[in-house]
Ligand binder design. Structure first.
Ligand SMILES: [Zn+2]
Ligand SMILES: [Zn+2]
Length: 443
């Protein structure tokens, strides 16, 4: 449903919110000394651990307990935004503008999760450095779930969260995503031809122009073209009349199987999370199958609160509970803003507890491969997602050891960096000279 980015009111699940939470903006309006609850010991310790990870490698003054425990206060809140889109897929803001908006809304950790592409991550990283925002390299993958027993196929979106070194076996993932993007071109053309048959003339060039150069078109781009051509009044109408799942102008692309996608995310060192399960017709069967394939979490939180049905499902299948705004920058009242989803500190803590060992072993794997084959192209891949590059004020990278120390200080805890196996890799990296001669550190 939300698929390529348009939210239609959900019929299943939305009536099941418990403890509805206001968005951050409304919270600020609360009177001082209002209803702020004291944190439990568990929350306080989770907060400390999350905060430590968020500010890794940053020379923040000693964490002050008096302020540190005030997770529920706007000022000290560590806002995680784990689901957002830019112009690299069907969002309206460039990665830079998106990061700026995240900063304005107090986001401290941002994941850019464009549909089937990670091409916006380097630009987001560059912008995020100015604000001290931490970027989790992400992607939202379009897949299809085909039940073996009864029921019909349905589209499923799966979020993948990677480390600062990006995916392991990067080329394999890139090929996987490129195939999906190719399918999207075909799919958009199918949708246009269906619309034309419905006597709604629309040109491929029009949709392609809206999508932008090299951007794989999605339903939202087709919907915008329909509005511009005057066939519908607004985006909502375009979806409600023609483009909804199974609608008269709907078409599937060449999406991979959802289970296979989850497996690939696991194999490439990512954390796999089911996006907006409330959009699914058959969430229980899908969650059960995807859990078997290695799924780590599901979205449960939205800006209007936690959905009890999916929270219970997460508990039943031992899955991490996450959520994000799915911000596209469309504007209008119906859209949740960046950072508007209130993730409880315990949920973020659980996420990091699952993610950190996955990311650590991915980083180790990537660095081991680099030691075996210290080529410029491998280094570029690592630095594409890493925070470090040679720039003013940063000492030049003289050896692979510097790479580890600079690149990973913002990502791995001190204990992780002192891990014996990583130490052994660092010893080898120490002997590799980089950042000299032919090696160009990517900008
Ligand atoms: Zn989606
Ligand atoms: Zn999305």
């Amino acid at each position: 449903m939300m698929g390529d980015g348009f939210f239609l009111p959900s019929t299943n699940g939305s009536g099941n919110k418990d403890s509805p939470k206001k968005t951050i903006t409304t919270k600020k309006k609360k009177k001082r000394g209002g209803t702020k609850k004291k944190m439990t010991i568990e929350q306080t310790s989770a907060y400390k651990s999350v905060r430590e990870w968020v500010f890794l490698g940053q020379s923040v003054a000693v964490l002050d307990d008096d302020f540190g425990v005030q997770w529920s206060r706007g000022k000290e809140k560590l806002v995680f935004e784990l689901h957002s889109h830019s112009t690299c897929s069907d969002g309206f803001l460039s990665p830079t503008k998106l990061v700026e908006r995240a900063h304005q809304n107090g986001v401290k950790v941002l994941s850019l999760t464009d549909h089937d592409t990670m091409s916006g991550i380097p630009e987001a990283l560059e912008a995020a450095r100015r604000f001290g925002i931490k970027i989790i390299p992400g992607v939202e993958i379009s897949t299809i779930f085909s039940p073996r027993e009864s029921g019909s196929e349905e589209p499923v979106h799966i979020l993948a969260y990677y480390s600062s070194c990006g995916p392991a076996r990067c080329e394999e993932l890139e090929k996987f995503l490129a195939d999906i993007r190719d399918g999207r071109f075909l799919r958009a053309k199918n949708m246009i031809s269906k619309l034309n048959k419905l006597k709604l003339p629309l040109k491929w060039e029009h949709v392609a122009r809206i999508a932008g150069k090299d951007v794989a078109p999605g339903r939202l781009h087709v919907a915008r073209a329909l509005v511009e051509a005057g066939h519908v009044e607004n985006l909502k109408q375009a979806f409600a009349r023609y483009l909804y799942d199974g609608g008269p102008a709907y078409s599937t692309g060449s999406e991979p199987a959802a289970e296979k996608t989850v497996q690939l995310i696991c194999e490439t060192g990512g954390v796999a999370v089911l996006a907006h399960p409330w959009a699914l017709k058959n969430p229980v069967a899908i969650i059960r199958k995807l859990k078997e394939a290695g799924l780590h979490g599901i979205e449960v939180y939205r800006s209007d609160g936690k959905l009890a049905v999916y929270s219970d499902l997460a508990d039943a299948y031992d899955l991490v509970k996450l959520g994000g705004s799915d911000y596209h920058g469309r504007g209008g009242n119906s859209e949740s803003d960046m950072g508007s989803v209130s993730l409880p500190v315990l949920a973020v803590h659980e996420f990091l507890k699952v993610a950190q060992p996955i990311w650590f072993s991915a980083i180790r794997h990537i660095l081991e491969n680099y030691v075996k084959d210290p080529s410029d192209s491998k280094l570029e891949l690592i630095l594409k997602f890493g925070k470090t590059r040679v720039s003013k004020g940063v000492p030049p990278l003289n050896s692979g050891n510097d790479l580890v120390n600079q690149c990973l200080s913002s990502w791995l805890t001190i204990e992780e960096r002192q891990n014996a196996e990583l130490e052994a890799i660092k010893l080898k990296l120490f002997q590799i000279s980089i950042g000299q001669g032919d090696t160009q550190i990517p900008k």
